[in-house]
Design a protein around this ligand. Structure first.
Ligand code: CP
Length: 308
């Protein structure tokens, strides 16, 4: 595998292999000295056309902890602002011989466009409403650690699903790994292509979260115009927010995930986000391990994974 563009690029066995490799790197973050020489001499470029805290920082830290040279290209201060095209930007980067370029872009398909025109490996860090495969992998890693398995779990993905690349990638990966997935949202926030996924669809929160093992709350994406599809955020919060009242309808051991960034008080209450049932910070911790594993699998050929 040269690129990771969507979850469709990997089989269930390959996904399990990535999660298993991530376990070794998960332990590295707990060592007093967190650096390993695995990617010495390799170059990783973060090319983010959209804002990011978790994904960009964890890819940067992952590369640095593995001794790669990591460049964070600031699009805001680059020649993109002078009108340079995506094609010319990536061909310019290619001329500097990076090994891996991590791409986030507002346009669905931009990572595929790049991957078909360059020699380096491309990892999709989120493109439009299409895909966020590394988020799905870190969510699967978090879930497997919290529950001991993925096969047989039921996961309710709740909220602004129509505009969510996280929801699409999670639906593909979790079903591939044997979980049952539900899309739970008001009709205006459900994707037109729900039938393309092996999921059950619910338009009422109470029925959607009944009996599930995990609720995955999604951010209302103001920047992708979700606001115009809801009467008000207050009403959304009252009818679809994941709060203590909603959780009282779920199983007592039901866990809660959120990919971040969170709109506290909208799709998730602060009490739930900070509760023992919340896996939000476990997801962030997993992100570093999974991204280290991916950089290792893409560029660390010949190097040993860290020993237990
Ligand atoms: N979950 C996620 O992709 O977060 P960032 O936008 O902060 O990277």
């Amino acid at each position: 595998m040269k690129h990771l563009l969507t979850i469709d690029d990997i089989s269930a066995d390959e996904a399990i292999g990535i999660l298993d490799t991530s376990e070794a790197f998960f332990e590295v973050a707990k060592r007093p000295v967190k650096k390993v020489p695995t990617l010495r001499g390799k170059t990783v470029i973060n090319l983010f056309y959209e804002n990011s805290t978790r994904t960009r920082t964890s890819f940067e830290l992952a590369g640095k902890r593995m001794s790669a040279d990591v460049i964070n290209m600031s699009v805001a201060s680059s020649s993109v602002k002078k009108g340079e095209s995506l094609y010319d930007t990536v061909k310019t980067l290619e001329a500097m011989h990076p090994d891996i370029v991590i791409v986030r872009h507002g346009a669905s398909g931009a990572p595929q466009y790049i991957a078909s025109r360059v020699a380096f490996s491309v990892i999709n860090a989120g493109d439009g409403t299409h895909a966020h495969p590394t988020q799905a992998l870190l969510d699967a890693f978090t879930l497997r650690r919290a529950r001991g398995r993925i096969d047989g779990l039921t996961v309710a993905i709740c909220g602004d699903i129509a505009r969510s690349r996280v929801a699409r990638s999670n639906a593909l990966l979790l079903t591939k790994l044997g979980a049952k997935v539900r899309f739970v949202a008001p009709r205006t926030l459900l994707p037109a292509d729900s039938s393309a996924y092996d999921v059950e669809v619910y338009e009422e929160l109470e029925a959607g979260i009944a009996g599930v093992d995990v609720i995955m709350a999604l951010r209302i994406q103001h920047e992708r115009l979700a606001g115009s599809l809801l009467p008000s955020l207050r009403e959304y919060s009252r009818t679809f927010g994941i709060n203590d009242a909603a959780l009282s309808l779920a199983d007592p051991d039901c866990l809660v995930m959120h990919p971040g960034p969170m709109n506290r008080g909208v799709e998730i209450s602060p009490e739930v986000a900070d509760s023992p049932r919340s896996l939000v910070l476990n997801q962030v911790e997993a992100g570093l391990a999974v991204r280290m594993a991916l950089l290792y699998l893409f560029a660390g050929e010949g190097a040993d994974a860290p020993a237990d």
